[in-house]
Design a protein around this ligand. Structure first.
Ligand SMILES: [Zn+2]
Length: 71
């Protein structure tokens, strides 16, 4: 293994670590995408989940959250 191989190996490892950290952060932000509203427990329609990947609130609760945030 020469220096180039070592550099490539290191880069592959750091990329994998960065991706894992990113995924972990995304999961922490969004929670698990279960398709169930985390606020009221209603099912989130598949169409909404496709339109808003990773959404954890149904339309009603999302609207309420945005009103509460003053958006
Ligand atoms: Zn809801």
């Amino acid at each position: 293994m020469d220096e180039g191989d070592l550099a490539q190996d290191w880069q592959a490892r750091s990329n994998a670590a960065a991706i894992a950290a990113h995924r972990h952060a995304m999961a922490a932000n969004r929670g698990p995408a279960t398709g169930i509203c985390t606020e009221c427990g209603d099912e989130i329609p598949p169409r909404r989940r496709e339109a808003v990947p990773g959404c954890v609130l149904c339309v009603d609760c999302q609207a309420g959250a945005e009103r509460a945030a003053g958006a």
